[in-house]
Design a protein around this ligand. Structure first.
Ligand code: CAA
Length: 294
């Protein structure tokens, strides 16, 4: 039964240049992944400040690799040389693959896909790294739904090997196969999954993370006790509150709301503490305060 899966996916499109839309944690990590694998990357953000933030994120990671002796200064310079930032989406007109990593909000992503349909060259692959929104919905915003696919990276993108390749019914098999081959080329482990809210990982992970918050709210343990129990005994690399702070509480709230909307299970409503932290702007590591402070 495994035989079909053993066939190495092939690039069915010529892919040399990548476009990334967004300047947040995921977008910055994705830019780094492609540039480190040798692709020219054009990344688009809303301001020069935000573009500078992408360079700062990548430079910090490359400096850490240099300090550990895993990369030399020439290697660092060549990664940075492959990057072109722009505040204009039109800069994406020539790229072979666009990966969008903007806010986890359906209306904002719909508007972007309508724009990408206008801007991207014919045959370009239009990918989203949405964590839980419908690929079919985004594809339907374009006149080329066959070219739209999910390439869902995990946080931190430069480290996490897993990538979920999400096909809607409309996604062309060649596009999904190219997305898979491209992921392998950048050192990731792709898995194929269906266009169902939360795909594989988040559909399983977020009910657990939300339950952990409720457990704490209901007196089940301190943040530290619950984090430690999960790390030490369940042998996960991070406890639930450490992980929520890495993912970002705003992103986590959006994912949990999507899961509730899609499946409507009792008890899945976002935990009150998650909603409060987001309302207070305590989004996790990126704001230096979330469940823990940094
Ligand atoms: N960016 C780039 N590299 C990073 C990094 C970051 N933010 N954080 C750590 N690293 C690198 C380090 O440089 C180091 O690299 P080398 O091995 O090449 O030296 C390596 O990762 C290990 O780092 P550390 O030794 O400092 O720390 P660690 O062993 O504690 O590992 C971790 C850090 C990899 C983040 C680990 O704690 C971990 O795996 N945590 C769980 C992360 C996880 O589950 N992510 C998925 C979240 S769900 C999601 O993302 C889905 C969604 O849609 C929201």
């Amino acid at each position: 039964a495994a035989a079909a899966e053993d066939v190495t996916p092939q690039l069915r499109h010529d892919v040399t240049s990548i476009g990334v839309v967004g300047t947040g944690t995921m977008a910055s990590g994705i830019v780094q992944v492609f540039a480190q694998a040798g692709y020219d990357v054009t990344y688009v953000g809303r301001s020069q400040d935000k573009l500078d933030g992408v360079i700062a994120y990548i430079t910090k990671n490359l400096d850490r690799a240099v300090a550990k002796g895993k990369l030399d200064e020439d290697g660092k310079a060549s990664v940075l040389d492959r990057l072109t930032g722009s505040t204009e989406r039109e800069a994406l007109g020539g790229v072979d693959v666009v990966v969008e990593a903007i806010a986890e909000d359906l209306e904002i992503k719909r508007e972007l896909f309508r724009d990408l349909d206008r801007i991207a060259k014919p045959g370009a692959i239009l990918a989203t790294t949405t964590s839980s929104l419908s690929i079919a919905d985004l594809a339907a915003q374009t006149g080329r739904p066959g070219d739209v696919v999910g390439i869902h990276f995990f946080n931190p993108a430069p480290v996490m090997k897993l990538v979920e390749i999400v096909s809607a019914d409309t996604t062309s098999p060649e596009v999904a196969e190219t997305a898979k081959a491209l992921s392998l080329n950048v050192g990731k482990h792709p898995v194929s999954c269906g266009d169902r809210a939360g795909f594989i990982v988040n559909a399983l992970l977020f009910p657990y993370l939300n339950d952990a918050i409720r457990l704490h709210e209901n007196g089940g343990g301190s943040l530290e006790e619950i984090d430690t129990a999960i790390k030490e005994n369940a042998k996960l690399p991070m406890g639930p509150f450490e992980l929520l702070d890495v993912v970002g509480n705003d992103v986590s709230l959006a994912i949990q709301q999507t899961l509730v909307g899609a499946f409507g299970h009792d008890g899945w409503a976002p935990a009150p503490t998650l909603e409060k932290l987001v309302a207070d702007g305590q989004l996790g590591r990126k704001t230096k305060a979330g469940f823990h402070t940094y």
